[in-house]
Design a binder for this molecule. Structure first.
Ligand SMILES: [Zn+2]
Length: 276
């Protein structure tokens, strides 16, 4: 968390606004904003909610936690389990967000578009490197190159980003912000990338099922896919709706104060208000 905290301080001090850049992102896309609303962003409210939060240049860890919604997120795909994950989401009438890796999109043609049909998609770099170790041009290419590839593959603008290994620095944050994207992290880790088996993944996720939670999972792991039915049943039992990240922040956006607290902003009591 030390890296993230340093980045928040630095970015908070800069105080720049990137609204014009975020707008340029959309107009330079292969689709009109109206088409974007019809598919990847199901309403203009969702599109605006993402652009507004992206303009602050602070990472998102969770929603405000005042609505019974959670965001399930799946990283590192597409991959061999993508169609299975999509089938399970469809069977349970749930939505999710997939953070895609450029080289996996190329290796599994057609799947990014399939994912976008039931979910939101975000940028998780071209090759999943440890970004702080790269030169500045290489870092920019990893982020911007994947965004372009995902937009070309899905026909939708990409406004969500997740850094591999949660590794952020002020230059990385600046680049994400300059591209008009929102840095989406999480407040609940399924533990699947740390070697948890399906039972452990079920336990870790279910323990974090609270309004506003953003849950980290990986779609390229069989143990994660195996855990989904039990997780989905727990959501139903707790009357929690699984939505995309744009849906979550349109309906239940964190306040600026909450964003500034980083991950700690997810453990404080929910605050009433308009979303700050
Ligand atoms: Zn990853």
């Amino acid at each position: 968390m030390a890296l993230a905290t340093a980045a928040i301080v630095t970015m908070g001090a800069s105080g720049r606004s990137v609204h014009p850049t975020a707008a340029a992102t959309l107009t330079s896309s292969t689709q009109t904003p109206q088409a974007a609303v019809k598919r990847g962003f199901r309403s203009s409210a969702q599109l605006k909610a993402v652009q507004r939060l992206a303009s602050y240049g602070l990472p998102l860890y969770c929603g405000r936690r005042s609505k019974r919604m959670v965001a399930l997120t799946f990283d590192d795909g597409p991959g061999p389990y993508t169609t299975l994950a999509i089938t399970k989401l469809r069977d349970w009438h749930l939505r999710a967000t997939f953070f895609l890796v450029g080289k996996e999109i190329t290796a599994h043609p057609g799947l990014a578009r399939l994912e976008e049909s039931v979910a939101s998609v975000g940028d998780h770099t071209m090759t999943h490197p440890f970004l702080p170790a790269l030169s500045h041009p290489a870092m920019v290419q990893e982020i911007a190159g994947a965004r372009t590839l995902i937009e070309r593959s899905t026909g939708q603008p990409v406004l969500l980003f997740r850094p591999p290994y949660e590794s952020r620095t002020p230059p990385i944050d600046s680049e994400v912000r300059a591209l008009g994207m929102l840095d989406v992290l999480w407040n609940v880790d399924s533990g699947d990338s740390l070697g948890a088996n399906y039972a452990g993944i079920e336990r870790n996720v279910i323990a974090g099922l609270r309004p506003g939670s953003i849950i980290l999972m990986h779609e390229n792991r069989g143990q994660t896919i195996r855990a989904l039915p039990v997780i989905f049943a727990a959501l139903k039992r707790d009357h929690l709706r699984a939505v995309t990240v744009p849906e979550l922040i349109a309906a239940d956006p964190p306040s600026v104060a909450q964003l500034q607290q980083g991950e700690r902003g997810c453990s404080a009591a929910p605050t009433p208000g308009s979303g700050g």
